[in-house]
Structure formats: C-alpha cells, structure tokens
Ligand binder design. Structure first.
Ligand SMILES: O=C(O)[C@H](O)[C@@H](O)[C@H](O)[C@H](O)COP(=O)(O)O
Length: 245
C-alpha cells in the first residue's frame, strides 16, 4: 500500500495515514489511545466531547480497550455512525454492541444516544438524530464492509445519491438489493455532511481481505462503486487508517 499516494500509478494523493499493527491487541490499544487523546483534547476546550462509533464485528476489541481509558466519560456523548432498523436492545443492533462492549468500566459514565427507539418511525428517528448532531462530532470511528460500504452507505444503493447530496448529518436508507446490507436493508446512516465536521476520523480495518478491498478503493474516486472512498474524499480531517491482520 502507498497510503501517502507517492506511487507512480496514482495521480492524486489520498489524504490519509496508514497505521499497521502485527497483532490485534496492539491495534485495539493504539486506537483506544488515539481516541482517548483526541477526546481529552476536546474536553480541555469544551464542556462536552462527542464520539461517533460504528457497529459490525470489527470494533468490539477497540471498544473494550476504550472502556478502560481514564477519561471524564461523564462529559462524553457517544452516538452511532449508523444503525440497522432494529430495536435498540436487539442483539444485532449496533446500540447493543456499544452497550455490551463500550459502555462498561470507566466508559459506563458516558451518555449514549441510540438512533432508534421503540414506537418511533424511522423519519422521526432521523429527525431526532439530526437535532442531536447540531453538536458536531469531534471523533468518528468508521468501519468498512468487504463490499466497500462505509456507515450504511452501500455500493449503488438506491438512496445513495440522496445521502451523498444531503446537507443533513443523518438520512434513512433502503439498501434492498445490496448483498452487504442483508438481512437489515432499512437503516439510518451518517452522510458525508455528518462526517465532515469531525476533527479526528479513523477507519478500523482487520484482515488481508479488507486491506485488499481498501487498496482497491484507493485506486478510484467513485463513491457509488465503493462508498468507503467518502472516508478519504470528504473534505475535513485526514483519514487515519488502523489495520491489523
Ligand atoms: O451496521 C453496520 O453494518 C456497520 O456500522 C457497518 O458499516 C460496519 O462498519 C461494516 O459493515 C463492517 O462490519 P464488520 O466490522 O462486521 O466487518
């Protein structure tokens, strides 16, 4: 990989830094240290700090490491990058993962905003998320699927154009027909407009196959083909990619 884009084959440099670790523990702790430092800097300057996290399987060890970080967690708002349209206590929801793995130990003091709530329509949930997002995130942790999706923005999804053009931080999406979204096609997702204000942007990757997918993403710009490109083409912070085998 040529993360700084100095290779002869790439015409435009990708604004990212690539951090590779040999072991999952080192990877998880390095991310936890970086996130803690960024949140601590925010807390020095503001009454509260805001952290957005992704779901999926990848972040669980990072969340466990982060939960042990000595930080004024009672001044931290934790919210989601995206959510499957499930009840927040559903074991397959991203909210469940955050509760189980992140909101433990020291981080149990954090304030957590779910994107879904029983009895509320998806439109009402998105409106609420956009209200909360008036307080912009400082730190965003992104994940990537093997199909090149990021947040709940899937390749060639019917609502993708709308999400890309949206000025709102969150949109409801219907990813029916996208294999990577099965079995939860209805979702709420962060948009590029929601990602842009963050001063710290991390992408968490594990495994050779994800590394290969990400390298392919670096060779183009079209977000319809690989929405993960938004992680490094959306103006704002330099993307920090953390990878381990
Ligand atoms: O709700 C989701 O599906 C996620 O937030 C999603 O965007 C995730 O980051 C990727 O799908 C990677 O998932 P894995 O870590 O499980 O590969």
């Amino acid at each position: 990989m040529d993360p700084q884009g100095k290779g002869a084959t790439r015409s435009r440099p990708a604004p990212l830094e690539f951090h590779a670790y040999g072991h999952g523990d080192q990877w998880a702790w390095a991310i936890a240290v970086a996130v803690t430092a960024a949140l601590r800097r925010d807390l020095l300057q503001h009454p509260r700090a805001r952290l957005l996290v992704s779901g999926g399987k990848t972040p669980a060890p990072v969340f466990r490491a982060l939960s042990k970080a000595p930080l004024e967690w009672n001044r931290v708002d934790v919210a989601l990058v995206d959510e499957r349209w499930l009840r927040p206590d559903d074991p397959d929801s991203n909210a469940h993962l955050v509760r189980e793995c992140l909101l433990q130990e020291h981080a149990a003091e954090a304030r957590f905003e779910t994107l879904t709530r029983p009895g509320r329509s998806i439109e009402a949930a998105v409106a609420d998320a956009n209200l909360h997002a008036r307080h912009p995130p400082g730190v965003v942790l992104l994940g990537m699927g093997n199909d090149g999706h990021v947040a709940s923005l899937f390749p060639r999804m019917r609502d993708l154009e709308h999400a890309l053009a949206s000025r709102n931080p969150y949109v409801a999406v219907d990813a029916s027909g996208c294999p990577g979204a099965v079995p939860w096609p209805r979702r709420i997702s962060l948009t590029p407009a929601g990602l842009a204000p963050a001063h710290t942007r991390l992408l968490l990757l594990r495994g050779q196959s994800k590394r290969a997918v990400f390298e392919r993403a670096l060779d183009g710009r079209d977000p319809q083909e690989m929405p993960v490109r938004l992680a490094f083409t959306t103006p704002g912070a330099v993307l920090q990619v953390y990878w381990c085998p």
